[in-house]
Ligand binder design. Structure first.
Ligand code: PLP
Length: 437
C-alpha cells in the first residue's frame, strides 16, 4: 500500500534528479522508498506519513545535542528577526571564530590561530587545498582511497560516502588533467605514503586525510598514522590538511585530533577543516590553522575565497549556541551511549551467527559484514554488503532509522537516553536475524 512517502517520491522524481538533493538519500543501496521527513525532535524524526523513528543519522552528524534543541532553535529565531543575510561582517562571526580557535586547545597551546567561515564542508576542503597550493607553489594532492572530503572536482577519485555507496570509481565531468592532480593511496599504509613522497615529493602541495575515516564505514587511523602523515608531509615541504568536517566537535570538544592528543599522540596539521556540528544543523563550515598559512587568504593574501552566504548570521547563531551547549557532559553522554549500543550491536549479530566486525572511533561506530574491522577501502568493500538492506529495513519497521548505507557511521546525540537505547537494543535481535538469512 502506498503512503505519503511514496507519493512524494514519485512527485520528487518528476522534478528533482533521482528525487533527492544528495544521492545517498535515495535509498539506492537498501531499496525501498526514502522517508520524506516532516519534523525532528530530540532523538526522533517523523516522516510525511506521520511515522516516528528513533534516529541514528542525526542529519549525518550535525545534531550533536539532538534535533531542534530549544536553545539552538531560539538562537536562530532571534537571529532571523534581525535579518537573514547581510553580506557584511557581523559580531557573531568573530565570536564563533574565537570559540572554534579556543576549543581546539591542547594544554596552553592553541594551534588554530585564524578561522575562515564558509557554508559547506565541500567549500572548506576545496579552499584548504587551494590554500595549500598557494602556500607551497605546488600542484599535487595526496588523498586516501575511501576518504570523502566533499564533491569538488579533484576529490572524487576513489571517494567514500555516496561515491562508495553507489560503487562509482569517481565522477564523470571531472577533466582528466584535474583528476591527475590527485594521487590516491591506501589508508593506513605507511609504505604507500613513503612511496608517493619518494616519487613525487617536490611536487606535492598537501596530504588531505579524514582525521578518522568515517565515510567507508568507521575506519580509525592505526596508532601513529596521523603523526606519520604530518612528519612525512613536513619533511618534504608539504602541508597536512586534517579534515574534521565529520569528527570535529563530535567525538571530542577538540575533534578527533583532540582525542588523539588526549591519548598522547601529538602532531600538528597545517590546516584543519570543520563542518556539520560547527553549524549546529545550519549551512556552515570552517577552515582554520596557523596564521602564516591562513593569512594567505584574500583580502590579506593572494589565495582567493569568497561567499555571499559565508558567515550567514542564522548559521552562526546555530553554531554558537551548539558549541556553547556542547559541554563535557554532552560528550560523556554520547560516549556512554555509543559504548552501550556498539556492544549490543556486536552481541545481536554474534547471537544471530552473522559474520561481522564492529568498528569504533570515539563515539562513532558501525558494523561491517566481514570477519575483521577494515583497515582500508579495499577491506571495507570486501564484505557481504547484501546483508545490510534486510538489517536496515527490519530496524526501520521496528521504528529505528539507520543511515541508508553500510558505508556510513551511526550517529548518536545527547538526546538518546535510556528509553531510546532500550528500544534499539530490543529491536537489534530481529534485525540481526534478518541479516543472517
Ligand atoms: N569532509 C568530510 C570528512 C565529510 O564527511 C563531508 C560530508 O559528509 C565533507 C567533507 C563534505 O561536507 P558537505 O557535505 O557539508 O559539503
Amino acid at each position: 500500500m502506498s503512503d505519503r512517502n511514496d507519493d512524494l517520491f514519485s512527485a520528487a522524481r518528476a522534478v528533482i534528479p533521482g528525487g533527492v538533493n544528495s544521492p545517498v538519500r535515495a535509498y539506492g543501496s537498501v531499496g525501498g522508498t526514502p522517508r520524506f521527513l516532516a519534523s525532528a525532535q530530540g532523538a526522533t524524526v517523523t516522516d510525511a506519513a506521520g511515522a516516528t523513528y528513533i534516529d541514528l543519522v542525526a542529519s549525518w552528524g550535525p545534531a550533536l545535542l539532538g534535533h531542534a534543541h530549544p536553545e539552538v532553535v531560539q538562537a536562530v529565531q532571534e537571529a532571523a528577526t534581525r535579518g537573514l543575510s547581510f553580506g557584511a561582517p557581523t559580531e557573531g562571526e568573530v565570536e564563533l571564530a574565537a570559540l572554534i580557535a579556543d576549543r581546539v586547545r591542547f594544554g596552553e597551546i592553541r594551534p588554530i590561530e585564524r578561522v575562515r567561515l564558509v557554508s559547506t564542508g565541500t567549500e572548506a576542503t576545496m579552499t584548504a587545498i587551494r590554500l595549500a597550493r598557494g602556500a607551497t607553489g605546488r600542484d599535487l594532492l595526496v588523498k586516501f582511497a575511501g576518504h570523502y572530503h566533499g564533491h569538488s572536482d579533484g576529490l572524487l577519485a576513489a571517494a567514500g560516502s555516496g561515491v562508495a555507496t553507489l560503487a562509482l570509481p569517481g565522477s564523470a565531468g571531472v577533466p582528466a588533467p584535474i583528476a591527475a592532480q590527485t594521487l590516491v593511496i591506501d589508508y593506513n599504509d605507511p609504505e604507500a605514503l613513503a612511496a608517493v613522497f619518494a616519487e613525487h615529493g617536490p611536487r606535492i602541495a598537501a596530504v588531505i586525510v579524514e582525521a578518522s575515516a568515517a565515510n567507508m564505514g568507521v575506519v580509525a587511523p592505526l596508532p601513529g598514522f596521523n603523526r606519520l602523515i604530518a612528519d612525512t608531509a613536513h619533511t618534504h615541504g608539504a602541508l597536512m590538511i586534517l579534515d574534521e568536517v565529520l569528527t570535529g566537535f563530535r567525538v571530542h570538544p577538540a575533534g578527533f585530533w583532540g582525542l588523539q592528543a588526549a591519548e598522547g599522540e601529538d602532531y600538528l596539521p597545517d590546516i584543519v577543516t570543520f563542518g556539520k556540528v560547527v553549524g549546529g544543523g545550519m549551512p556552515l563550515a570552517a577552515l582554520g590553522g596557523r596564521a602564516d598559512v591562513m593569512d594567505l587568504l584574500a583580502p590579506l593574501g593572494p589565495v582567493y575565497q569568497a561567499g555571499t552566504l559565508s558567515g550567514n548570521p542564522l548559521s552562526v547563531a546555530a553554531g554558537l549556541a551548539t558549541l556553547r551547549l556542547a559541554t563535557p557532559e554532552v560528550y560523556a553522554t554520547i560516549d556512554a551511549a555509543a559504548d552501550r549500543l556498539s556492544r549490543a550491536l556486536d552481541a545481536a549479530l554474534t547471537d544471530a551467527g552473522v559474520e561481522h566486525a564492529v568498528a569504533k572511533a570515539g563515539n562513532l561506530f558501525n558494523a561491517s559484514f566481514r570477519p575483521s574491522a577494515p583497515r582500508d577501502y579495499a577491506e571495507a568493500q570486501a564484505q557481504e554488503t547484501f546483508r545490510y538492506a534486510p538489517f536496515f529495513h527490519s530496524l526501520r519497521e521496528q521504528g529505528i532509522a539507520l543511515p541508508p548505507s553500510v558505508f556510513e557511521a551511526w550517529f548518536l546525540t545527547a538526546a538518546h537516553g535510556d528509553e531510546e537505547l532500550l528500544r534499539i537494543e530490543a529491536a537489534l535481535p530481529l534485525a540481526a536475524a534478518a541479516a543472517a538469512s
